[in-house]
Design a protein around this ligand. Structure first.
Ligand code: SAM
Ligand code: SF4
Length: 430
């Protein structure tokens, strides 16, 4: 039986799309391989949001060149944000690649499959997870809106993933119903900007409407959604979160900078004051909310004072999680055209470390408040003899127990906390 191996880096959307591609290949009779070297077909699902990610893609492509020389029948497919609109140029640079297709561009994958005699069916893309996968994982990522219309000055995503296109609400509800019938308990709705969901649909249903519809699916236990844009998140959505029990108390709300001039140069469309007010409203309506954010340090021209404003915003807001990135110029973006990447790498690193250090202390304090408390954990798997899963607030919890917990909801009493995870003992099953 032919075997495939999928290599994925980048965001949750890439992970979701890799699951879909895996489902397609499973259904077409392929079997999953454990490495490049024992596969007949490999798919690289790529990210180029930062130069470091792009370098990994280039390294892997060169490794595969060697493999293809040894095994000329090996099929190499590349998707994700590495694939730009000039496929011809990429094809010339990487002649060992058999197919380049844009993220989510399945018609191209299907057409290629048919030419190769791989019978990929369009309908399988809707419910692509095979039963083996379903039997184990209790959570599924569901892309609900593709692309991004925002053009933040530093970001390459709109150039690679195109403009926003929402999936019809009924189609998503059908998919989730089917997944729940097959055992899924939690769904994470994905988009580069989920708050824009529906603006392009007839009838203009929005994310709050979708959350309402999904909440009425009986055996669905948890609903999450990411990523939010501070300029687009609506009061209606916050109120829906507050009132719908199945919607988890967790929000990804990237701020990117604590300085208004930098936010303007980033074209984020909000001020620090507006962001602060938004956090206040969210915390007022949903007191248990756990907040994550993204911050870029070393954006062109960022002075020490401007950086300090990001640092003090982190201090003030007390996020549960902060993802910090050093600015990386991306060819073709507005910032790449208009600004010089003038902050030296060691200064970027120093700023990144400062925020990381502060955030580690904050997360440590926040998590220590859970000591002795009971939390609900949806168990995702086992690692080094311990079960692990996540709370509704998206905190990672480990516990030891001889029982079978895969895909189950467990009530865990927290005995140990750290900035990154929690540990505890089973109190009882739900
Ligand atoms: N749509 C989300 C938002 O509005 O923030 C995030 C999507 S973006 C692909 C994921 C994260 O990568 C961003 O939040 C940002 O912090 C980081 N990022 C994007 N472009 C970057 C760049 N050129 N340099 C450094 N970090 C970058
Ligand atoms: Fe990139 Fe901004 Fe769109 Fe997020 S909202 S994907 S950062 S352009």
């Amino acid at each position: 039986m032919a075997r495939y191996f999928i290599w994925t880096i980048g965001c949750q959307m890439n992970k979701a799309e890799s699951q879909q591609i895996a489902g397609c290949l499973d259904s077409a009779g392929y079997q999953a391989a454990t490495s490049f070297s024992d596969a007949d077909l490999v798919v690289l699902n790529t990210c180029v949001v930062r130069q470091s990610a792009e370098n990994k893609v280039l390294g892997t492509l060169s490794l595969l060149k060697g493999l293809k020389t040894k095994h000329p029948d090996l099929q190499i497919l590349v998707t994700g944000c590495f694939v730009n609109s000039d496929a011809k140029e990429l094809k010339n640079r990487f002649p060992h690649v058999d197919l380049l297709f844009k993220p989510g561009d399945y018609p191209e994958l299907i057409a290629w499959g048919h030419k190769q005699g791989i019978p990929i069916e369009q309908r399988l893309l809707r419910y692509p997870r095979n039963d083996g996968w379903m039997a184990s994982l209790p959570c599924a990522f569901i892309p609900i809106i593709q692309g991004c219309d925002n053009f933040c000055s530093y970001c390459i995503v709109p150039y690679r993933r195109g403009r926003e296109v929402s999936r019809p609400l009924e189609e998503i509800v059908c998919e989730v119903e089917e997944l729940v019938r097959r055992g899924i308990k939690e769904v994470a709705l994905l988009g580069q900007n989920v708050d824009s969901y529906g603006h392009d649909l007839p009838g203009r249903s929005d994310l709050a409407d979708l959350l309402n519809e999904l909440s009425s699916i009986d055996d669905l236990v948890r609903i999450r959604f990411l990523t939010n844009h501070p300029k687009d998140i609506s009061l209606k959505l916050i109120e829906a979160m507050a009132s719908l029990d199945k919607v988890c108390e967790h929000l990804e709300l990237p701020v990117q900078s604590g300085d208004n001039d930098i936010l303007k140069a980033m074209r984020r469309g909000y001020t620090v004051e507006q962001y602060r007010e938004l956090v206040h409203t969210i915390r007022h309506k949903i007191p248990q909310i756990s907040l994550s954010t993204d911050i870029i340090v070393g954006f062109p021209g960022e002075t020490e004072e401007q950086f300090e404003r990001s640092l003090s915003l982190v201090q003030e807001v007390r996020f549960d999680v902060v993802h910090i990135a050093a600015y990386s110029p991306r060819s073709g973006t507005i910032a790449w055209r208009e600004y010089q990447d003038d902050i030296p790498a060691d200064m970027k690193k120093e700023r990144l470390n400062k925020i990381e250090e502060l955030q580690t202390a904050i997360a440590s304090e926040i998590n220590s408040q859970l000591q002795g408390k009971e939390v609900e954990v949806l168990v995702e798997g086992r690692k080094k003899g311990r079960w692990f899963g996540r709370t509704r607030s998206n905190k990672l919890v480990f516990f030891e127990d001889a029982g079978e917990w895969q895909g189950q909801l467990a009530r865990i009493q927290i005995a140990k906390t750290s900035p990154w995870s929690l540990g505890g003992q089973v109190k009882n099953k739900y």
